[in-house]
Design a protein around this ligand. Structure first.
Ligand code: PLP
Ligand code: COI
Length: 341
């Protein structure tokens, strides 16, 4: 299989159109058989539920080329499960888990020429999504939907890859206590656009959101969960009902405990404690683990000991182990790796 002529090493996190995508239509209470298509455009009613009332959710996962030349995906079953949770919360029909997994296999195989080579630092990002497509003018769920999945080769989410970033404590909220922060609804990201652009205008890479009710506890960023490391080497991650249950974070906590022999804690994390941590990272499919070097709290700076040039030792080890599992250089726990070919 001849690869596309792409400068893999210098890819950013941008959309590049690929050859095939998967689409299945929901009508009269049932999904059709689904198929791959070469058409990268979508035609829907001007009054579609997604356009008027944002009835849409999505997922994000990756395919990798392993050291021995296979193409694999990382825990796609958990993305299928989380999309089911998102659909239920948004009154959308569930796309069956088995079919989600088949679609991943089909769309990655059909775009094999776009899967970045081993060692390039790039990966194939897979974007499943669903939206209400028929005309809806009263506020109610659509009756017709499209489930789609495209792929695009990507490099690091934050420019500079593993170089530490600077984030700020955000005065806007990401999610309400009983809202939709725990699912991957498009609406959560729409309302984060002003805060992220505002952060960039002020010279910061990302926002640290606090809990909306008390503004005393750490939640997450716009696109990743937090991991902290205490001075005695315990890996701590915030527990909250209004953050996205990151698959990367759940995997890293397992890696920390079972591969690195570290103590792990998932608990409420008060912002006041953050200054005492030894290390801080953002974790997610796109972010992998991106080190945080500095947090700006309304002008007061919290600087982590590893500084602005290097990752902290524990986050570096976590990143190395997780990417080793994904690329096949370290043995994976049972069921984590789905071989596509
Ligand atoms: N939190 C938010 C808000 C996200 O958008 C993402 C990305 O998917 C994550 C966390 C990380 O989740 P995962 O590790 O499953 O990609
Ligand atoms: C992902 O990590 O897959 C996400 O969806 C995050 C998004 C902000 C790109």
């Amino acid at each position: 299989m001849e690869k596309k002529n792409i400068d893999w090493e210098n890819l950013g996190f941008d959309y590049i159109v690929t050859d095939k995508r998967y689409v299945s239509y929901y009508k009269d209470g049932a999904w059709d058989d689904g198929a791959l298509t070469s058409d990268a455009t979508v035609t829907i009613s001007e009054c579609a539920g997604v356009l008027q009332y944002a009835q849409t959710c999505f997922e994000g996962l990756k395919a990798y080329t392993t050291v021995d030349g296979h193409i694999v995906c990382f825990r796609p079953d958990l993305n299928a499960d989380r999309m089911i949770d998102s659909c239920e919360r948004l009154e959308m029909p569930v796309f069956p888990k088995e079919r989600f997994l088949e679609a991943v296999e089909q769309v990655v195989s059909a775009n094999e020429a776009y899967v970045p080579p081993y060692g390039s630092g790039a990966t194939l990002y897979i974007r499943p999504y669903m939206f209400g497509s028929n005309a809806v003018i009263g506020v109610k769920p659509a009756r017709e939907y499209q489930f789609r999945m495209f792929v695009t080769p990507v490099g690091p989410y934050f420019k500079g890859g593993a170089k530490p970033i600077t984030i700020r404590v955000c005065d806007y909220d990401r999610a309400a206590p009983h809202g939709t922060g725990h699912i991957k609804a498009g609406l959560n990201y729409a309302m984060s656009l002003f805060p992220i652009m505002d952060a960039h205008r002020q010279g910061f890479d990302e926002n640290m959101y606090l809990d909306a009710a008390t503004r005393t506890k750490v939640e997450e960023t716009g696109g990743a969960n937090f991991l902290f490391v205490t001075k005695d080497g315990t890996v701590v991650t915030p527990k909250s009902n209004s953050i996205l249950p990151s698959i990367t974070r759940r995997s890293l906590m397992y890696v920390a405990e079972h591969y690195l022999g570290l103590k792990v804690e998932q608990r409420e994390v008060y912002f006041d404690e953050v200054k005492d941590f030894a290390d801080c990272g953002l974790c997610g499919t796109a972010a992998v683990i991106s080190p945080v070097g500095k947090i700006n709290d309304h002008g007061r700076e919290i600087c982590f000991p590893s500084g602005m040039e290097e990752m902290g030792p524990v986050t570096a080890k976590l990143r190395e182990t997780l990417t080793g599992i994904q690329m096949g250089t370290i043995e994976a726990p049972e069921g984590w790796i789905k071989v596509i070919k």
